[in-house]
Design a protein around this ligand. Structure first.
Ligand code: HEC
Ligand code: HEC
Length: 279
């Protein structure tokens, strides 16, 4: 899946012959990476010896022997009789394009495509299609109201984050002392409702926030926050921002709760600007 989004795509080792790329060039690529590609150097991650072993392996197994090396649908992997789906294999293996007109398929192939669409497409995605269709435009996604949790408790691990990700440090709420009762209420409300997108530390640099387009506003950024008054905040939280995932909260939070969230933002992330004096 990742490979299909990368330009250039990672090399297809099965389609590569030993003469196409030298051993030294491969060692160099794994050690130092390839400039202007997603291939990073592993010099600080894997020892020189292990880099040599991995390159030996790729050259022997894939480039020379053309071995599949790993078959996924094996008995050990929990697929007792995968052969029963053989009619769908040509679609999974991208031998037949998924959008081939029905008239051009034999009746067996049509059955195979139906099996593929019912049982295989979830993992194999569209496999190969002739017409890629329109490229999706980025657009706001709706707030997932499911059981996603960005918090770790004693019994449940956090979803889709581990301490190894660059997002992890944005999953920490600031530790504050001497909060007023209102700020404390706001803290709980913010961490329950807003942190999902804006991150517990208010930066919007958590996992979900990084994927939303536009990104949730960084509530700690002095440039953003310089002109942010309580009035502006109140209006945005109440009514939302059109064309973004920032939804209107007026049906969820009452006026007192919104004020509590505002008090918390002011205390935890960035002091709010004073409103222009009314004349
Ligand atoms: C749970 C996810 C999943 C489902 C469901 C799934 N596949 Fe796969 N399949 C894989 C993965 C992962 C591979 C390995 C891909 C690779 O090595 O490039 C694979 C590989 C294959 C291969 C290549 C041989 C092999 O075993 O590695 C065939 C053929 C195949 N799938 C057919 C099917 C068919 C037909 C179905 C539906 C009946 C199906 N798959 C459903 C995940 C899945
Ligand atoms: C589903 C994701 C999501 C949730 C949940 C969410 N926001 Fe937002 N928020 C956004 C996005 C996206 C923006 C738009 C950023 C932009 O337009 O640059 C935004 C913008 C904002 C802004 C900036 C408004 C401005 O005019 O610059 C504030 C303040 C804000 N959100 C506060 C909150 C508060 C408080 C909550 C909880 C009550 C909350 N958000 C919940 C996604 C979210």
């Amino acid at each position: 899946m990742a490979a299909s989004y990368l330009t250039p795509r990672p090399r297809d080792f099965i389609a590569t012959e030993l003469d196409d790329i030298s051993y030294e060039a491969m060692i160099n690529a794994v050690t130092h990476g390839r400039p202007d590609t997603a291939m990073l150097g592993f010099v600080n991650t894997i020892s020189r010896e292990d880099i040599a072993l991995v390159v030996d392996f790729v050259r022997r197994e894939f480039m020379q022997n053309k071995d599949r090396n790993t078959a996924y649908h094996t008995v050990e992997n929990g697929w007792p009789n995968h052969q029963q789906y053989a009619l769908a294999f040509p679609f999974a293996l991208e031998e037949i394009a998924l959008d081939t007109p029905s008239e051009q398929l034999s009746s067996q192939q049509r059955i195979g495509r139906r099996i593929f669409m019912q049982s295989c497409v979830t993992c194999h995605d569209r496999a190969r299609v002739n017409d890629e269709g329109v490229i999706w435009d980025p657009r706001p996604v709706s707030y997932p109201r499911n059981q996603y949790s960005h918090r770790q408790t004693e019994t449940t691990p956090p979803d889709s984050i581990s301490s190894a990700t660059p997002y992890a440090r944005h999953e920490q709420a600031p530790v504050l002392v001497n909060l007023t009762a209102q700020e404390k209420e706001g803290e709980a409300l913010f961490q329950e409702n807003c942190a999902f997108c804006h991150a517990p530390d208010g930066t919007g640099k958590n996992w979900i926030g990084s994927f939303l387009e536009p990104h949730p506003r960084d509530l700690t950024d002095p440039v953003n926050m310089q002109t942010m008054t309580a009035e502006r905040l109140r209006q945005v939280i109440r009514d939302g921002l059109p064309d973004t995932t920032m939804s209107a909260w007026k049906g969820v939070l009452d006026a007192g709760q919104i004020d509590a969230v505002i008090a918390y933002i002011n205390r935890a992330f960035h002091p709010l600007a004073k409103a222009a004096p009314a004349d």
